[in-house]
Design a protein around this ligand. Structure first.
Ligand code: ZN
Length: 671
């Protein structure tokens, strides 16, 4: 599970006197801007101080992280690779770099690179080209021939230019067959009812197993030539084999410089990539979660199920990182007090964990992002996802400090706070404690929130179906919000004053109820799980606290603002909602979960929506950010021995993606 950047454009107040300096600061972190996207670079502080073996380990794991890129493209949509290759062929062969049509074409291609496909990474809507079909057909005729043709020209044009075809990557609307309505490539030729029957039968057959595998996690569900439904497994020798073989190659190289514990972990992962057996995946996860001592760590595999409307299939992702020693102090305090937090959670005692196991939380520096973590990335990660492993062996939770640092730097002086935060005291608190409160919120969400609570007897955890991710994110956020405002945090030295919490509360409610709407296209509803979760919490607390005026809408100079009048009472409301969401999860109460999400998290007030978009556009703030990766280069002596690993910071988004497309593209266009 993951936590993404909550607020779109946090940043310190731009004081007139230093506004210019802050603008320059921003410019040095931003490498590209297009459409609703801002691309940043991130630094890897501390890399030079690592040992040679650690650097080599990072090098090999980073190569493995880049080798799976095409898997994600294909998972996102069956024709993504064919489309990308065709467009890249045109882009590199053409020497024209200007003109309205070309500029629109380049923008479209940049959007594809950013989203790992033709659908928006966040809204899941298919991109609308701003170049004409006529112009595009001319390019096809000029640059695409029998040698470099990846797919039928007619189908290609239909997919790009017909807005009704494959319109959404992930459509979970009520009353539709969510499998057929979603363009994601996790299923083919099967209906929602068939998928549900297939996995219900699998779970039934395995009923009572205390260590159930994550059914369907690493395969495409499709039909064989006889029409029988089967799982086409992603493994060496199976689907995506060519890319997985490369990943395995680099993992095996990494194992040669890893410490003994880590070597065992890498071997277990390789075993799973070869067998495709989800029991092997669980065995790997159990080993991985226990290793909190190694300095360098990584994620590499089919991990998160946000892209599957039914939540079975996981997208491929990779992260390579190492420990940020100084910042780790914060999460160590949290982990040391984990049992206290669990025992005092404002939920039914029956749903508290009696014994919190293996809470390990650390602050990390990311060295490489890959797959579904690139270019857009989370700021916190908590793994593994399997409930039984979390219960028996705990989970590992990280906050990514160099990424939040880059976000913070790039947002300074953008004017967001002056536009949306009404009260001076709220702006002061945010300026003073904004980064700390965001970091702590992420730590609490990942380290304690997701790991807390337990299911009632006989509940499998699959009952909430399409609502489970939203409710799970809400549960973790509520846990974090509730405890952020607890005196205990002052007592154990995590925050100097509860003002840190109040900064987060004002920010969170404003974002959930209002400013995050800038990410939604006019006329659309909220679909993404983390956005739904924030809206659910903010709207629910607004309604429940309405009589006491806990949260208030204020209009000034024709602009709407949301303010918190009673922080203490708001904290109680967070606790009440946490109790209910935990009950829903623990009891698998689908109807109650559905009712909550549909009532508070989905629908958008069109008038407020239009206002937020207009005010945000006036600030020229792109609602989404992502990154370019650093490059690593081996330094060798005359005999060819590796003596060092050099880090290089590229600053060209286009070049990085063209290079990845050339050097790390192992799959056929159609898989
Ligand atoms: Zn989360």
């Amino acid at each position: 599970m993951k936590k993404f950047l909550g607020i779109i454009a946090f940043g310190a107040l731009a004081l007139t006197a230093c506004g210019e300096a802050e603008k320059q600061q921003e410019a040095s972190w931003v490498v590209d801007r297009f459409d609703d996207i801002k691309v940043l670079r991130y630094e890897v502080p501390g890399f030079e101080e690592l040992t040679l073996e650690e650097k080599e380990l990072i090098y090999s794991l980073s190569e493995a992280a880049k080798c799976g890129r095409d898997i994600l493209w294909d998972q996102n949509f069956k024709y993504n690779l064919a489309i990308r290759r065709t467009l890249e062929s045109i882009y590199t062969a053409s020497d024209v770099r200007e003109g309205e049509e070309f500029v629109a074409f380049e923008k479209y291609l940049k959007k594809l690179w950013f989203a790992n496909g033709i659908h928006h990474h966040y809204s899941n809507d298919k991109f609308k080209p701003e170049f004409t079909e006529e112009w595009f057909r001319e390019q096809l005729a000029q640059y695409i021939n029998d040698e470099n043709r990846q797919m039928d020209d007619e189908l290609l044009c239909q997919i790009i230019f017909d807005p009704t075809l494959y319109a959404s990557r992930l459509n979970r609307s009520e009353g539709v067959d969510v499998i057929k309505a979603s363009a994601g490539n996790y299923y083919e030729g099967v209906s929602q009812a068939e998928v549900e029957a297939f996995y219900t039968a699998m779970a039934e057959a395995d009923k009572g197993n205390p260590e159930p595998i994550s059914y369907g996690l690493n395969s495409k569900l499709m039909r064989d030539t006889e029409g029988n439904i089967f799982e086409n497994v992603w493994k060496v020798g199976g689907m995506y084999s060519a890319a997985i073989e490369q990943i395995v190659f680099w993992l095996e190289k990494a194992a040669t410089v890893a410490n003994p514990t880590q070597k065992e972990i890498i071997d277990a992962l390789v075993k799973y990539y070869r067998s495709g057996d989800l029991k092997d995946f669980d065995a790997y996860n159990v080993l991985w979660v226990k290793d909190s001592a190694s300095n360098v760590d990584f994620v590499n595999g089919f991990i998160e199920n946000y892209g599957d409307p039914l939540g079975h299939k996981s997208s491929w992702e990779a992260v390579v990182n190492f420990r940020d020693e100084e910042a780790c102090h914060r999460t160590e305090i949290m982990a040391a007090n984990a049992q206290w937090f669990e025992d005092n959670a404002p939920i039914n005692p029956a749903y508290r964990k009696e014994e919190v196991k293996g809470v390990s939380a650390k602050v990390i520096t990311v060295a490489m992002l890959g797959g579904d973590c690139f270019p857009s990335t989370a700021i916190g990660i908590n793994l593994p996802n399997a409930d039984w492993i979390r219960k028996e062996h705990g989970s590992k939770s990280v906050t990514i400090d160099n990424i939040t640092y880059a976000y913070d730097k790039a947002a300074q002086g953008n004017g967001f706070m002056e536009e949306f935060v009404l009260r001076a005291e709220d702006r002061e608190r945010l300026k003073k404690y904004g980064k700390l409160s965001d970091d702590l919120h992420t730590d609490l969400h990942e380290c304690l929130g997701h790991g807390s609570g337990q299911l009632a007897e006989g509940v499998s955890g699959n009952e909430l179906r399409t609502y489970s991710s939203t409710l799970e994110e809400a549960r973790a956020d509520l846990f974090a919000l509730y405890y952020l405002g607890d005196e205990k945090l002052v007592e154990i030295g995590l925050i100097p004053t509860l003002d840190v919490a109040w900064a987060q509360y004002a920010d969170y409610i404003m974002n959930g109820i209002m400013t995050q709407l800038s990410r939604i296209e006019p006329g659309k509803t909220v679909e993404e799980d983390h956005m739904r979760n924030r809206k659910l919490i903010a709207e629910w607390c607004y309604e429940k606290g309405k009589e006491e005026n806990v949260i208030e809408w204020i209009t000034e100079n024709g602009k709407k603002y949301v303010v918190i009048n009673d922080f203490e009472r708001l904290r109680e409301l967070f606790g009440e909602l946490l109790c209910e969401v935990q009950r829903i999860k623990s009891e698998g109460d689908y109807e109650a979960g559905k009712a909550l999400v549909e009532a508070y998290a989905v629908q958008v007030d069109p008038e407020l929506h239009a206002e937020v978009i207009a005010r945000n556009e006036a600030l020229k703030i792109e609602p989404y950010s992502g990154f370019v990766n650093p490059d690593y280069e081996l330094v060798t002596d005359a005999e060819g021995n590796v003596t060092d690993v050099k880090i290089i910071y590229p600053t060209n988004f286009v070049e990085q993606h063209l290079e990845y497309g050339k050097e790390y593209s192992f799959l056929p266009s159609l898989n």
